[in-house]
Design a protein around this ligand. Structure first.
Ligand code: AMP
Ligand code: MG
Length: 392
């Protein structure tokens, strides 16, 4: 039996296999979670003119000032101001020619159409200068950047209705096991509800890929072969369960008969050791362990990065953060461990049982603490590292 690979080596070998997906045009508002296939430059300047940042009066030269009219957002004042003249101005409105600052409404003294103040603002006050955010031609986002809500706003503001992104990856999900019930509300005593398929589909959903559900399927050669025949069009196939070497672990064998070649398997991590990677032409197969937490952790560390890489992400791996241990942590054995933990004011505390089947502690967790192999026991307050699981 070959030695288990390190996490980093396995991730590097897997990402090198990621299929390259052709780019396509996508409406910016539909691009959430997708990755830019090309650098993106501003098609316009923002703001397009000097604008007021506040409600008040745009002032020309020395006061007191005669009010000449109004500049509203979307309805600029047409004329230009001489010294001693002003216009009423609202947030986002164009500063008229001849004005160089905005007097806040609350600092203005009004006597008919004459405005005066004890607090004449310095030149440039409360003005958003033309182009301070970005200028036409500026490179705003680089290829491989994920589209977030803020970047959708930036790209729209930069004058683009469409972006170029990789086409959505087609991902087939096949969960296996004779004990799995597809309807969780109708589960016989010898069964458990199939939960990995739904979990994997939910993990993939934010990436905007196309998911094909092929399971759950029993531990049966003919049924597995029939399910695999429906994975022809998938860029990536993710299986769960049946990947070990027990009598009822048929997945590797079924994959080999389907024409896949095993690239590597077994990773020196806990949970998640029996993960397997195979290829079939340009298709990549990830065989994840059946235990739900092992399945989650390997999907988080391998399947999501693979899909992100296929969809063009410049940085497909999860981002590591420095964390504080909110309680003492035990020593680690020969296998690197990922611990489910909750983030609180004292730092990260374990969220419950660390058994690889325990979903309640996974559901409670905010992060996975990464504990390297052979780490000594640590006292509370120690600096550790880990991965955040969600932003909510
Ligand atoms: P296996 O990898 O097939 O040996 O499965 C390991 C454990 O994970 C067993 O206890 C299975 O019942 C459980 N398991 C496998 N697949 C699923 C699934 N889709 N949903 C929930 N539990 C599963
Ligand atoms: Mg099984």
């Amino acid at each position: 039996m070959s030695a288990a690979l390190s996490l980093e080596e396995a991730q590097a070998r897997l990402l090198a296999l990621a299929p390259a997906l052709a780019p396509e045009a996508c409406a910016v508002e539909q691009a959430l979670g997708r990755y830019l296939a090309a650098d993106l430059s501003a098609a316009r300047t923002q703001p397009p003119a000097d604008l007021s940042a506040m409600d008040g009066y745009a002032l020309g030269g020395q006061g007191p000032w005669q009010r000449m009219g109004e500049s509203r957002a979307g309805a600029p004042f047409a004329g230009s101001l001489s010294t001693g003249q002003c216009v009423r101005i609202s947030t986002g409105a164009h500063l008229p020619h001849g004005a160089d600052r905005v007097l806040l409404q609350e600092d203005a003294h009004l006597a008919g159409d004459t405005i005066s103040t004890d607090q004449d603002p310095a030149a440039g006050s409360h003005v958003r200068a033309r182009g301070f955010d970005f200028r036409e031609g500026d490179r705003l986002l680089v290829r491989g950047t994920a589209m977030t809500p803020a970047r959708i706003a930036l790209v729209l503001a930069a004058g683009h209705g469409q972006v170029s992104v990789a086409r959505p990856a087609r991902i087939a999900i096949l969960d296996t096991g004779d004990e799995l019930a597809s309807d969780p509300a109708h589960c016989a005593p010898h069964q458990i509800p199939a939960s990995n398929g739904g979990m994997l589909a939910a993990m993939l959903a934010p990436l905007g890929c196309e998911v094909i559900r092929l399971g759950p399927i029993g531990d049966d050669h003919a049924a597995l072969a029939a399910a695999l025949s429906q994975a022809e069009s998938a860029d990536i196939l993710i299986t769960s369960g049946g990947a070990s070497v027990g009598d009822h672990d048929l997945v590797q064998d079924a994959l080999t008969r389907w024409g896949a070649q095993i690239a590597f398997w077994r990773i020196a991590i806990k949970p998640g050791k029996p993960m397997m990677v195979a290829t079939r032409g340009a298709q990549v197969v990830l065989g994840l362990p059946g235990n739900p937490v092992s399945c989650f952790v390997t999907a988080f560390l391998f399947a999501l990065p693979l899909v992100r890489a296929a969809m063009g992400a410049a940085a497909p791996l999860p981002r590591r953060h420095a964390l504080v241990a909110g309680e003492a942590l035990p020593a680690v054995g020969k296998r690197r461990e990922f611990l489910r933990a909750v983030l609180g004011p004292d730092g990260a505390r374990l969220s419950g049982s660390q058994d690889s089947s325990a979903l309640a502690s996974l559901a409670a967790a905010d992060c996975l603490i990464d504990r390297p192999a052979d780490s000594p026991a640590l006292p509370a307050g120690s600096t550790i590292t880990g991965f955040l699981l969600h932003n909510g």
